[in-house]
Design a protein around this ligand. Sequence first.
Ligand SMILES: CCCCCCCCC/C=C/C(=O)SCCNC(=O)CCNC(=O)[C@H](O)C(C)(C)COP(=O)(O)OP(=O)(O)OC[C@H]1O[C@@H](n2cnc3c(N)ncnc32)[C@H](O)[C@@H]1OP(=O)(O)O
Ligand SMILES: NC(=O)C1=CN([C@@H]2O[C@H](COP(=O)(O)OP(=O)(O)OC[C@H]3O[C@@H](n4cnc5c(N)ncnc54)[C@H](OP(=O)(O)O)[C@@H]3O)[C@@H](O)[C@H]2O)C=CC1
Length: 283
Amino acid sequence: MDEQQTKVGLSDDELATHPTVYAADTLKDQVAIVSGGAGGIGRAIALLFARLGAHVVLVGRDQAKLDALAARLGDKASAHVADIRDPDAVKALFAAVWGEHGRVDCLVNSAGGQFPQAAIDFSVKGWNAVIDTNLNGTWYMMQAAAQRWRDAKHPGAIVNIVVVTTHGLYGIAHSIAARSGVIGLSRAVAVEWAPLDIRVNCVAPGAIETEGWNVYTSEARAAYPRSNPMMRAGSAFDIAEACVYLAAPSGKFITGETLTVDGGGQLWGETWTTGKPDYFRGG
Ligand SMILES: CCCCCCCCC/C=C/C(=O)SCCNC(=O)CCNC(=O)[C@H](O)C(C)(C)COP(=O)(O)OP(=O)(O)OC[C@H]1O[C@@H](n2cnc3c(N)ncnc32)[C@H](O)[C@@H]1OP(=O)(O)O
Ligand SMILES: NC(=O)C1=CN([C@@H]2O[C@H](COP(=O)(O)OP(=O)(O)OC[C@H]3O[C@@H](n4cnc5c(N)ncnc54)[C@H](OP(=O)(O)O)[C@@H]3O)[C@@H](O)[C@H]2O)C=CC1
């Protein structure tokens, strides 16, 4: 992080009142677990899902952050502390939620992240922290959700928030490896779990303005809005609406897919999370 940390992205009030294309009862009576639910993208998902009728279970490691958002949502949300890297904590989370609500309809895995560093300098510990969070943690959540759905003969939908992997994203190779793993895993289990009426999809955000950006230098952050042909950053609300599309009946014939929400960034544009090296500046 650098000294120029600022509040970025839409406020909770803006997210809660943002116009949406979805009907108010789109997710009526559903129960959705959102990991990273108090993070920048996760809170947009939580606020929209709750607005569309779901009860949202907010998951993260920071009780106070979760409680603050849950308090805003009243009986539309509850807070559960769990580290997704701990498979026992994940099992306990699902036991608690099923015990409390008797159902889960949807899991959104938005917990994740990475730090910018040239791959050649990754330490073993740093590499493992990113793989463990983004690949292993996501998998523990997916498997726990699917086992419960299988045992209860209940349909389910999983949406994994990943990263656009098609042309790197220089400076976060550990995350690209982990997210490519999640995308491949999602495609594989989409087939295995179709007989269980479980759909598994991913959303790959481009530059989405959230406080998560504070892990990057101000120079890198300043370039993100120019990383796509729309020449602007997206908002967490764009990701939230994509998640609804895949989780709700609108996505009922979609599984194993990755929906890229990046303003065309994978087609044109470049992203240097550690700053653009002189070599690529030409001249
Ligand atoms: C095309 C479309 C365009 C798209 C254009 C897109 C542009 C934006 C791209 C992406 C944006 C986002 O994802 S937004 C952000 C999402 N949120 C985040 O990234 C959250 C911030 N990240 C993290 O919390 C951490 O990085 C993470 C590893 C995931 C968490 O794990 P832990 O808590 O275990 O990590 P820590 O204990 O802090 O660190 C563990 C070890 O990791 C290493 N480590 C951690 N931070 C480090 C650092 N800054 N530099 C070096 N090494 C570091 C050290 O070895 C640490 O050990 P020690 O040496 O012993 O300390
Ligand atoms: N913003 C962007 O431009 C982009 C974001 N993404 C991805 O989207 C996802 C959400 O990003 P965003 O909301 O911006 O980032 P944030 O950092 O704001 O949110 C990430 C959330 O994940 C939670 N989390 C992290 N590790 C764990 C863990 N081990 N167990 C439980 N919860 C954990 C954090 O909560 P706590 O620390 O309290 O546990 C935090 O609330 C991430 O995977 C991110 O990499 C992808 C592309 C672009």
